[in-house]
Design a protein around this ligand. Structure first.
Ligand SMILES: C[S@@+](CC[C@H](N)C(=O)[O-])C[C@H]1O[C@@H](n2cnc3c(N)ncnc32)[C@H](O)[C@@H]1O
Length: 238
């Protein structure tokens, strides 16, 4: 898996196209993921890996005054945009965005009450290292949730999105097929995901199918729960 050619970060000229698409699905996608996460973890520090324009952290912060969120992304243009979006939503005090690589996080072990990621797993060069980092930075007894591929595109009204593009973005949109050809979308199988998880210290996990999206829940056992290998693969058909 490691070393497969893949462009992890959305190239800067295409970032605003993605940002405009994801802005259109705040209500239909990010708000639902936020509700889902807060039903499992409604306070403490949450890490969003591959945060993009930051809409998920903003939806989390708007819904629960007891959570603080750190969003990390490889892309500097996205981090700039995410900061501006959080400021616009009045949530800057409880969200911090920074450039970073999810495979090598700067955070101390056992720092977070929750780790989340939407739409990043399928673009990763080294997914096992990222999953290991999720385990390392989680506090024992807490969970990571990975949604992939994000259903963003399924919810976007293409006509509305195209109408929102400025002339430069319309030009960049014509380059999109070239980018897709250079970096064809990868589809994951549950077996592949389970094989990656087995290379980490997570011993409890579920993989659910929700429509065309996986939701992977990884549980870092609390110290009193022992360390037996009781990997669990649950596949709930959509
Ligand atoms: C399809 S976008 C999803 C963005 C956002 N989570 C969302 O749901 O809209 C994938 C994001 O993952 C980021 N990314 C890819 N590999 C990464 C890595 N190793 N570390 C941090 N971010 C990464 C990309 O820069 C991009 O912003």
């Amino acid at each position: 898996m490691k070393g497969r050619f893949t462009i992890e970060r959305i190239p800067a000229p295409l970032a605003s196209l993605y940002e405009k698409a994801s802005r259109l699905v705040i209500r239909t996608y990010y708000s639902q993921v936020a509700e889902d996460i807060l039903s499992r973890c409604s306070h403490g520090l949450i890490l969003d890996l591959g945060t993009g324009p930051g809409y998920l952290p903003i939806e989390l912060a708007k819904r629960s005054p007891a959570v603080r969120i750190i969003g990390v992304d490889l892309s500097r243009p996205f981090i700039r945009k995410a900061r501006a979006n959080a400021a616009g939503a009045g949530c800057s005090e409880r969200i911090h965005f920074e450039v970073g690589n999810a495979a090598h996080l700067r955070f101390r072990s056992r720092s977070f009450e929750g780790v989340v990621s939407t739409g990043m797993l399928h673009v990763l060069r080294d997914p096992v290292s990222v999953l290991r980092e999720c385990w390392r930075v989680l506090k024992p007894g807490h969970e990571a949730w990975i949604y992939d591929p994000a259903r963003v595109s399924a919810y976007v009204d293409a006509a509305e999105w195209k109408a929102s593009l400025d002339p430069f973005e319309r030009l960049m949109n014509r380059l999109l097929p070239l980018f897709v050809r250079l970096n064809p979308p990868r589809s994951l199988t549950r077996q592949q995901v389970a094989a990656w998880i087995r290379q980490t210290s997570f011993t409890q996990y579920t993989i659910e199918g929700q429509g065309n999206e996986f939701k992977i829940t990884l549980i870092k056992q609390s110290e009193t729960q022992g360390n037996g290998h009781d990997q669990k693969l649950q596949w709930k058909e959509p």
